[in-house]
Design a protein around this ligand. Structure first.
Ligand SMILES: O=C(O)CCC(=O)C(=O)O
Length: 274
C-alpha cells in the first residue's frame, strides 16, 4: 500500500473530520487549473444559487472525470491514494463529482451550514463513511473572501435533517446551534494548491465574499465502490477511477472540459446534489 498521508494526518481526519495538506499541488499545477477554471467551458456551464440573503454564488459541476486538466487532477495517483488512505480499502475509489466554486468579489454569496451527506443521503447513498470531499484552493481563501468554516469533530454527530435555506439545503439550525456549543469553529484558510479533505458528515459553511478578491476552488467528491446509491442516475460514483501519473497534469498543459456531463440546474437536481 502506498500511503500519501501520514499516520498523524489520517488520525487528524478521523478525530476532527478534516485535514489540510499544504501545497498538495504545486504553483505551476495550480496556475494551470486556475486558467481552466476561468475558461468559457467552465464559466459558460455555471449555475447560480442564492443564499438566504439573496446573494448569488456560482458553481460548475460535472460527474465523469475525463482527460481534461481537472480530470487529470482528480484522477492523479496522489489524490486517489490520499482518498484511499482516509476512506479505507474495502472498496475502490470512485469519483462522484467535481465542481468549480466561484465566489466573486463583493457579490459571492454564502453557503449555509450543512453536511454534504445531508444532500447525498437524498441520492440514496447508505454509507457516509465511504464519502469525502477534497477542496483544492485555486486562489487564496481567507476569512475576508469567505473561506470554508467547519465545526471541528461534528462529523461524529451523524446526519441532521436538511431543509431549504434560500436555494440551498441547510441543516436544522437547532442542531447546528447545539453543535456550535460543543465544537470549535475553525476558519479553513488556504493558499493556492492547498488541499482540504473533509468528511461527508462534518458541518460546514462559508460566508459571503465581501472583499475585492475572488475565491475560486475546485471540490472533488469521492465515494467507495461498495456504496451503491439507489436514487442516483450518474454512475461515475461506483466506477473505479482510472488513475493517472501525477506528472500527467503538467505534461498535458491546459486541457479543456469538452463533452463533460455537466449538471444542469433543475428543481429536482438542485434538491439532491451539490
Ligand atoms: O465553497 C464553499 O464555500 C462551500 C462549499 C461547500 O460547502 C460544499 O461544497 O459542500
Amino acid at each position: 500500500m502506498h500511503y500519501q498521508l501520514t499516520q498523524e494526518e489520517q488520525q487528524a481526519y478521523h478525530r476532527d473530520g478534516y485535514v489540510i495538506k499544504r501545497n498538495f499541488f504545486s504553483n505551476e499545477e495550480t496556475n494551470l487549473l486556475y486558467q481552466l477554471s476561468i475558461d468559457d467551458t467552465v464559466i459558460g456551464n455555471s449555475m447560480d444559487f442564492n443564499d438566504q440573503s439573496g446573494n448569488r454564488t456560482r458553481l460548475t459541476l460535472w460527474f465523469t472525470p475525463g482527460d481534461d486538466s481537472f480530470g487529470l487532477m482528480s484522477r492523479s495517483e496522489r489524490m486517489v491514494h490520499a482518498v484511499a488512505d482516509l476512506l479505507g480499502t474495502e472498496g475502490d475509489v470512485c469519483h462522484f463529482h467535481s465542481k468549480v466554486m466561484q465566489k466573486e468579489p463583493k457579490v459571492g454569496g454564502a453557503w449555509e451550514w450543512h453536511q454534504d451527506y445531508g444532500y447525498w443521503y437524498k441520492n440514496g447513498f447508505l454509507y457516509p463513511e465511504a464519502m469525502i470531499s477534497v477542496m483544492i484552493a485555486l486562489t487564496e481563501a481567507t476569512k475576508e473572501n469567505g473561506c470554508l468554516q467547519v465545526l471541528k469533530g461534528s462529523h461524529k454527530m451523524q446526519r441532521f435533517e436538511h431543509g431549504f435555506a434560500g436555494e440551498q439545503q441547510g441543516a436544522d439550525m437547532d442542531f447546528v446551534h447545539a453543535a456550535e456549543k460543543v465544537c470549535e469553529l475553525m476558519y479553513v484558510e488556504l493558499q493556492p494548491g492547498d488541499a482540504l479533505f473533509f468528511h461527508s458528515n462534518i458541518l460546514h459553511r462559508s460566508a459571503a465574499n465581501t472583499s475585492e478578491k475572488s475565491r475560486w476552488s475546485i471540490i472533488s467528491a469521492y465515494n467507495l465502490s461498495y456504496n451503491i446509491p439507489f436514487r442516483e442516475k450518474n454512475m461515475s460514483c461506483i466506477q473505479p477511477i482510472e488513475k493517472v501519473a501525477d506528472s500527467k497534469l503538467l505534461e498535458s498543459g491546459v486541457q479543456k472540459l469538452v463533452d463533460a456531463d455537466f449538471l444542469i440546474k433543475e428543481k429536482e437536481i438542485t434538491l439532491h446534489v451539490k
